[in-house]
Design a protein around this ligand. Structure first.
Ligand SMILES: Cc1cc2nc3c(=O)[nH]c(=O)nc-3n(C[C@H](O)[C@H](O)[C@H](O)COP(=O)(O)O)c2cc1C
Length: 202
């Protein structure tokens, strides 16, 4: 289905891995427009902490290579080599990859006075990412939010062009995206009574 209103988008958005994207190319300009809109999220102190790196094919291939190297490990086994090659192929061949980071300057006066801003900034980034997932879903573009720790690879920041060193700028999400024809199923969640204390229940 192509979800068309907010309720359906929230209900039917599903993570779709790059290996399940179709051959059709996503519209990367449209993705950039969605990023712009997604930034409209709650943001305490208006710090605008989110940074976005919309990678081209060359950089996606490089990120795939780095993750493959990581998965293969420093003492490769036949099994880890095979897994590394698989990841290089899957990640490196993804039609779209957006790296989302949080930039919070630890030395600024605000953060020195209120260290909780670091957590608040992360919350804002996560709100923005969810906005983005829904906006892309609305455009028929499927996504996968990954935290496969490729950013620990010493070459990652150079490849992506992240200017600020950690902890000031850290990766929040690797967002794979592409077209997906597969129908989306509603995910079964546990009963609401497990997580909602409802003093309004009649
Ligand atoms: C912070 C975060 C990190 C995630 N990292 C990964 C990941 O590294 N690998 C992966 O396969 N899925 C990852 N996911 C996707 C979840 O596995 C997925 O959201 C979950 O299985 C529920 O499926 P749904 O998104 O279709 O509802 C991540 C999701 C979030 C929010």
């Amino acid at each position: 289905m192509k979800a068309s209103n907010l309720t359906e988008l929230i209900r039917y958005r599903r993570t779709v891995a790059p290996k399940n994207y179709t051959e059709e190319n996503p519209d990367h300009d449209l993705v950039a427009e969605c990023i712009d809109l997604a930034r409209n999220a709650p943001n305490h102190h208006r710090t605008e902490p989110c940074r976005f790196y919309l990678l081209d094919e060359k950089r996606i291939r490089e990120v795939g290579r780095l993750f493959g190297e990581q998965v293969r490990g420093s003492e490769p086994t036949p099994e880890s080599i095979a897994r590394g090659e698989k990841k290089t192929k899957e990640w490196g061949g993804a039609p779209g990859l957006l790296v989302v980071t949080q930039y919070t300057d630890r030395a600024c006066t605000l953060v020195r006075n209120k260290p909780e801003v670091i957590k608040e900034d992360y919350a804002t980034c996560c709100c923005i990412v969810q906005n983005l997932l829904l906006l892309l879903e609305e455009q028929g573009i499927a996504t996968k939010w990954s935290t496969g720790p490729v950013w620990e690879h010493p070459e990652f920041r150079d490849v992506v062009g992240i200017p600020n060193s950690p902890p000031d700028e850290e990766v929040v999400a690797l967002l794979f995206y592409g077209m997906s024809g597969s129908p989306k199923a509603v995910r079964e969640l546990s009963g609401l009574e497990k997580t909602l204390v409802n003093y309004r229940a009649g």
